[in-house]
Design a protein around this ligand. Structure first.
Ligand code: C5P
Ligand code: MG
Length: 290
């Protein structure tokens, strides 16, 4: 087949060529991705909602060669908690994070261990009796960083009144503080983010978390097209509560253990972004759809 002259390309082809040029972008089935995108575009931006994980999806995994903190890490590394508590939390991280990303264990095998991690960390943090202004300070002092292009992402969704659900197993109060301090906590942002109160959400029970939030999804019943962003295979269940879903485009960030996990990410996410610290691809998709 001869290549088309760029003047003959449709807007869709121009857009798709552009995203395919991202060297960090991988797809198992590009025809399927094209189909989903075209169908979503046809349906129009009024039918779109975005569901995103927070830690290591909206926030960066690395900056200048150094790991960036999760919501939990922001607290763990801050001076609002005692050094004894810090040590214990670090011990938990060293024990359980390798399990989270272990490719030789099934979700069923990991599940009880993840509950154990979240519960133990939670107990330690609650005992520290942290005050609201302590949380704000912890965030201000931290190295937390939203991915490059975050402002465009949040502002554009807001301008086009597209609902954004942040579905996090992190610490809700910290998450809110991060987005508030970055000036992007717009009214279209909602969260399923329980930590110090309510149900325990860990990375592998997002399905249950989604199904508990029927009210939210009921309100959005005309938004039947979903853009889902995540960094863990557990994030794939975040849209399980969406009613009458027509299309879903799943974009996954693969940040760590790339070689071991690449195939499973390609099998589960429509688009996989490998070691990409930006929101450029989600932003290009959103711009195309709005
Ligand atoms: O927002 P998200 O669902 O990604 O939050 C979960 C993340 O929090 C996981 O990537 C996990 O590694 C991290 N975590 C942590 N410390 C804990 C519990 C979870 O850093 N005590
Ligand atoms: Mg995450």
């Amino acid at each position: 087949m001869t290549e088309k002259d760029s003047s003959e390309l449709t807007p869709f082809e121009i857009f798709f060529q552009k995203i395919e040029k991202f060297s960090k972008l991988h797809m198992k089935d590009r025809d399927r991705v094209q189909e989903i995108l075209q169908s979503m575009q046809k349906a129009g931006s009024k039918t779109l909602q975005v569901i995103s994980d927070f830690d290591m999806t909206l926030t960066r995994f690395e900056y200048n060669g150094k790991r960036c903190p999760t919501c939990h890490n922001i607290l763990e590394r801050s001076d609002v908690i005692s050094s004894d508590c810090k040590k214990k939390l670090q011990g938990l991280l060293d024990k359980y994070y390798p399990i989270e990303i272990d490719t030789t264990l099934s979700v069923e095998e990991k599940l009880p261990l993840m509950v154990e991690w979240w519960t133990k960390a939670h107990e330690l943090l609650v005992n520290q009796k942290i005050k609201k202004d302590g949380l704000a300070k912890a965030v201000r002092d931290s190295d937390a960083k939203l991915r490059d292009g975050y402002k465009d992402f949040f502002d554009h969704l807001h301008e086009h009144s597209i609902p954004l659900l942040i579905f996090s197993a992190g610490i809700g109060d910290i998450l809110e503080e991060v987005i508030r301090q970055s000036d992007i906590f717009h009214p279209n942002v909602k969260g399923v983010l329980k930590a110090f109160k309510g149900e325990l959400i860990h990375i592998y029970n997002k399905r249950e978390g989604a199904l508990l939030n029927t009210g939210h999804f009921q309100e959005l019943r005309t938004q039947t097209n979903v853009l889902l962003l995540g960094d863990s295979l557990g994030d794939l269940n975040m849209a399980d509560g969406v009613q009458d879903m027509e299309n879903i485009l799943k974009i996954g960030f693969l940040n760590d253990k790339v070689e071991e996990r690449k195939q499973s990410y390609l099998d589960s996410y429509d688009i996989v972004l490998i070691k990409d610290e930006s929101l450029d691809v989600p932003n290009a998709v959103i711009r195309f759809l709005t």
